[in-house]
Design a protein around this ligand. Structure first.
Ligand code: ATP
Length: 805
């Protein structure tokens, strides 16, 4: 590769060489150049012979060195006394084996002078040659204790110098590094060029194989034509034997065996090969492009993408072992039961003159699905009407007929198993489907009838409505949802707002308050059990939603994912109020109770959130025992396409929640129907027991946490809003904190207060007015931030202390 490069450079610098030679011509005549040049060449050869001889005769000549002046003394060196002395000088006292490089350089100089070739290139050969000699002598110095002639005195001394300071390994690595520098600078070796080299080598081999097809006769005239030109090139540029030129030739003309003159073939073929090998050309282009890139790319290049999990970088996700394994897991097939049910189904249908051409069973954890294909000409509605009769003949609760099964062309009859198996949370969390899911908010609900783990994305739902009569598995379902998220999402990525009017269902999650929960700034507990606080929290979430929309608007993003991706790519400036936005999942248990006590005050913010919050990452999960129409109003229903129904007591309830019957025929204990707006799927909810949740929350709670729960913006209800009066006693209770924030940041803006103190816009605006009245910030200045009139916190303390006097 290096050789080729030298050649290309030579050809491109022909004009330069001509100019130089013209300059030289002034000083030396052609004869003088020949004489001087050949002298150098001979000198080079003599040095080579002397050096070579030294390795055979050097030892014997050691004694003669002291008497070198005496004519009688005969040295063994092939160049006698002078040879012995010179070789001893260069090899023993100099560079050792690497002295051959010097001989080569002297010889090369002779050629350059004789042929009048570019002097600057010769200079570069000398510099690189000398460096190579030094490197080699240090390298050979390693073996000095055995063959001291290999490294010479220079190699030995430098080696022991390095070894004294950095040891053998250090010296070896230093040498290796030297080799890399040498290769990188001298031969322009880069990672890409190494790859390109191997590629082109492979190509050449392939080409050679193909060229075997061409007979040598075909190229005989070509070779002849070339000989003269190859000789010229060789003479003018370097020492490459003509044979090498010829070696390249047969490989190249292959694509155009006719039509183009052979000479052209070589010249056309050569440059692309060089270009391919010099892959750094491409790299230059890349570098130029990166220079023109913007600040965010530079930041990403320097620091990598923003990592929201960095603050709790040591956070460990709960291990699977915290979840219980159940003995009754795994589906057992009871052949008798299957056969019995099949016979009864066939019999019952036969009683009503419904013939079956085919029947197939799929055994699920709690229910077995019998798929039947009725004989031609049978009305589907006829089978559907026999639901109760089949239930009667099978003597089983919870029979559901799906006629037809969407997309299958069969009729399904779901019959509960006599012995249902528990679907453990462990099995669904451990499933590949969940573990490998790339969803934003993955939830592993349980297992479908075909025993597949059901994993859905809450972010896509985008809200979930859960209903079910008491004791049918709602709380377990909520725990399964929360557990799924805890197993998959880092505390920086998701926050929960938990509303639990029953006060006991979600208390366990208190332990993860500072990791995963969000709360109002002034509230003690993160889990909301008080109905009046729920109103504040929901309104606060509405403020958070508005704030987030404002941030998304400023960032020109359409949803939280785009926004966070942009923030990760450092395209959004935190100084301008941008921050990584975690998803917020609002879980409301016993929604009916809430509606009964707070009515419209709760319904309005819930409806607002349900309508608008999907894009900014706030998702609602609402659970209720009574899915009556006054609880789940039309506006709420319309915004909750994803519904989950546990067993309910009446068909009407089932219709309220699912818009169809079916939930009343479930068998309870986590048996549920799920819909995302289209067909219903029967799922056995994963079972996660209270002790398991306790272990998980303890595990998470025991780890390093954020200083506080995620603070939601403060919502001040109408009745307790702060007055605009600037009287000291009427000041907002966050006045002092706000003043400190403003003075520390030296930036008088309401949005700063909004961000730092998690306030709504109105309250932050009022605080700014009060700060202006207190003389802490200056007047409103349009789009510019207000001037801060207090220089530091000490001055602020003084100012506020003076006010009180
Ligand atoms: N997925 C399930 N697998 C097995 N058993 C379950 C499952 N879900 C619930 N159960 C059983 O049903 C019982 C009641 O469940 P859960 O407490 O979730 O009911 P609920 O609907 O929340 O009742 P309530 O509304 O009164 O709080 C559980 O103690 C458990 O024994």
């Amino acid at each position: 590769m290096a050789k080729k490069k030298t050649k290309t450079k030579s050809s491109t610098s022909t004009t330069k060489a001509e100019k130089t030679s013209r300059k030289l011509r002034v000083k030396l005549t052609s004869q003088q150049k020949l004489i001087f040049g050949s002298l150098l060449m001979i000198l080079g050869i003599l040095l080579f012979i002397a050096f070579l001889s030294f390795f055979f005769t050097g030892e014997a000549d050691q004694s003669t060195l002291t008497e070198i002046g005496s004519r009688e003394v005969v040295a063994q060196n092939w160049l006698n006394k002078l040879g012995a002395w010179v070789s001893n000088f260069f090899i023993m006292k100099g560079f050792g084996f690497a002295s051959f490089i010097l001989a080569g350089l002297v010889f090369l100089s002779g050629i350059y002078v004789t042929l009048d070739i570019n002097k600057s290139k010769l200079r570069s050969h000398w510099i690189w040659g000398t460096l190579a000699a030094i490197w080699m002598s240090i390298f050979f110095g390693f073996f000095a204790h055995k063959y001291d002639a290999l490294g010479g005195t220079i190699g030995f001394e430098m080696n022991s110098f390095f070894q004294d300071y950095i040891g053998i390994i250090g010296t070896a690595l230093l040498l290796f590094f030297g080799l890399i520098i040498y290769a990188a600078i001298k031969f322009n070796v880069t990672g890409d060029s190494i790859v390109a080299f191997f590629k082109s080598a492979r190509k050449n081999i392939n080409a050679d194989f193909k060229n075997d097809v061409y007979t040598t006769d075909t190229y005989a005239p070509l070779d002849n034509d070339l000989t003269a030109e190859a000789e010229d090139i060789k003479a003018a540029f370097d020492l490459k034997p003509a044979k090498q030129e010829e070696d390249i030739v047969p490989a190249k003309p292959k694509p155009e065996p006719t039509g183009v003159t052979p000479t052209l073939n070589i010249q056309v073929a050569e440059p692309p090969e060089d270009e391919e090998e010099l892959a750094m050309e491409v790299e230059h282009v890349k570098e130029e492009a990166s220079e023109s890139n913007n600040l965010s790319d530079k930041l990403v290049a320097d620091f990598g993408q923003f990592d929201p999990t960095l603050e709790l970088s040591k956070y460990q996700f709960p291990p699977l072992d915290l979840l219980k394994k159940y003995d009754s897991e795994g589906i057992t097939i009871d052949q008798d039961e299957l056969e019995e049910n099949k016979n009864r189904i066939v019999e019952t249908l036969n009683n009503y003159n419904i013939g079956i051409s085919n029947i197939k069973a799929t055994i699920g954890p709690t229910v077995t699905l019998y798929e039947i294909v009725p004989n031609a000409g049978i009305r589907i509605s006829k089978i559907k009407n026999l639901e109760d009769d089949i239930a009667l003949s099978l003597a089983a609760l919870g029979i559901r007929i799906i006629a037809p099964i969407p997309g299958k062309g069969t009729i399904g009859i779901e019959v509960p198993n006599k012995n249902s198996t528990i679907v453990s949370m462990r099995s669904v969390i451990a499933s590949q489907k969940f573990q490998k899911s790339e969803m934003e908010l993955p939830i592993a609900f349980g297992k479908t009838i075909s025993n597949e783990t059901m994993v859905v994305d809450l972010a896509k739902m985008p809200h979930l409505l859960m209903a079910g009569a008491t004791g049918q598995g709602k709380s377990v379902g909520l725990n399964a949802v929360l557990t799924s998220l805890l197993y998959k999402k880092h505390p920086a990525e998701v926050k929960f707002v938990l509303v639990d009017p029953k006060k006991v269902e979600l208390t366990l999650f208190n332990k993860i308050e500072r990791h995963y929960l969000a709360k109002l700034p002034d509230s003690e507990d993160a889990i909301i059990t008080d109905n009046t606080k729920v109103i504040n929290t929901l309104n606060s979430l509405c403020i958070e939603m508005d704030n987030r929309y404002e941030m998304l608007k400023n960032a020109l993003c359409r949803n939280i994912k785009e926004y966070n991706d942009k923030f990760r790519a450092r395209k959004l400036n935190p100084e301008e109020g941008h921050q990584f936005l975690p998803y917020i999942v609002l879980v409301v248990d016993e929604f009916a109770d809430l509606i009964m006590t707070a009515g419209k005050e709760v319904e309005t913010p819930i409806a607002r959130l349900a309508q608008l919050a999907r894009a900014i990452g706030i998702h609602l999960i609402i659970a209720t025992q009574r899915p009556s129409v006054n609880v789940i109003t039309g506006i709420i229903k319309a915004n909750f396409p994803a519904r989950l129904a546990f067993r309910v007591t009446s068909k009407i309830d089932s219709r309220t929640i699912l818009d169809s019957s079916g939930a009343d025929q479930l068998i309870g204990r986590g048996d549920m129907l799920f819909t995302q707006g289209n067909e219903l799927t029967r799922v056995q909810c994963a079972f996660v027991d209270t002790p398991e949740v306790e272990l998980i929350t303890e595990f998470i709670g025991g780890q390093k946490a954020y200083p506080d729960a995620y603070l939601l913006p403060e919502y001040v209800g109408e009745e307790n809003g702060t007055s605009l009066d600037v009287d000291i006693s009427d000041r907002d209770k966050l006045f002092r904190e706000a003043a400190e924030v403003i003075v520390t940041a030296q930036q008088g803006s309401a949005s700063l207060l909004q961000r730092k103190l998690k306030l709504g816009y109105n309250r932050a605006g009022r605080l700014i007015d009060q700060l202006e009245a207190a003389g802490i910030v200056g007047q409103f200045e349009g789009s510019k931030a207000r001037q801060v009139l207090v220089t530091d916190l000490v001055a602020l303390d003084q100012l506020l202390a003076n006010e009180l006097q």
